[in-house]
Ligand binder design. Sequence first.
Ligand code: DLL
Length: 435
Amino acid sequence: MIWNLEYESMSRPRLEELQLKRLKKTINRVYERVPFYRDKMTAAGVKPDDIRGLDDLKYLPFTTKQDLRDNYPFGLFAVPMDEVVRIHASSGTTGKMTVVGYTRNDLKVWAQVMARTFAAAGGTSYDRIQVAYGYGLFTGGLGAHYGAEMLGATVVPISGGNTKRQLQIMRDFKVTMLACTPSYALYMAETAEEEGIDLHEFPLKAGVFGAEPWSEQMRAQIEAKMGIKAIDIYGLSEVIGPGVASECLEQNGLHINEDHFIIEVIDPETGERLPDGEKGELVFTSLTKEAFPIVRYRTRDISLLYSEACACGRTLKRMNRILGRTDDMLIIRGVNVFPTQIENVLLEIGEVEPQYLLVVDRKGNLDELEIWVEISEKLFSDEVRKLEDLEHRIKNEIISTLGISARIKLVEPKTIPRSEGKAKRVVDKRDLYSS
Ligand code: DLL
């Protein structure tokens, strides 16, 4: 079923007309209400009236995660706080979070695009949807929740964790759709196997999985182990959360909700726009958001666009699954982690050398993070108790700032390989982006 038939299957000329009207409104709005945008546009010599066609978007400056950090927490909001009814946040590069806000209407739009997502995965009001994305500042849980409610489905808002209970509820409540990260879906499948539970006997038919990179092999595994259709869904907090783009049952590219977001693909080196079919960095501009409009946001995600028609009837352009990133952001158990955040924690604790290595692996479908930290000769020959205490403090500090647990391995000076160029801080053993 196509949830917003009119908007999801518009002709290109009508869609572009709508996009232009909305783009002009958004640009006027940010120019008038957000000093950051006005200053950047002034510096670039552009005024809202210069935006006469969709192609003129290219004259506007990009917005980056650094800009969001510089305006932490609410500096880019375009409405007074009494109109903001919800805040979400995700981790930034060096400790400061990226904070986004929603008006009542923004929440409605978000629920609409998420209802589209579930409908595109075959969902209807007869479905029971288990939302096992995390609830909280992360956009996954609440984003999926309101979308599923908008669809009229029965929502099971279980959030993440407690896998055996997830399986029990899935069986007892006769859940038909699952929403979580793909790695958690695989972990659930594996736990089911261990418990002697056959998921093929459950009425589960589909899952909407995203928030982290995954591959076609992983899709095949999930589908075989769970007996479901595994649908890829993409989004990011800065743009709205989940609901930016999602696959239909054709499973051949993710339809972008272009009536709400304009997508561009750029060469990450030159910033030049690339034609459909060429691989580059995704850049988004919101068209309807009120509290946190965003103009030409550089996602650092790499993909490409297809403009051929899709057999499902939707005319919205599709993007390929995410093929990589242009920066060093890791996604560990669904949490965005920048190596610099870990570096900051280590520096604040002191007592350790500024030499560290992050080793990320996936064991039994669960991500594991090991942090190797060099300590001084003197400390290394110290009492074991002191070393254990240091290990504990680092572990706790990582949990409280990043929300993930890590194994800490204190190593002797000069153990971590030095590099002649850029320091290599990460060894990622998961093969995430191969298809
Ligand atoms: O992860 C929003 C989301 C929630 C999407 C639930 C899908 C499902 P952030 O925490 O801001 O928002 O992280 C955004 O996650 O820039 C990508 O690098 C990555 N990402 C999200 N979806 C996918 C996907 C949410 N389907 C960042 N494939 C993005 C690959 C994804 N990477």
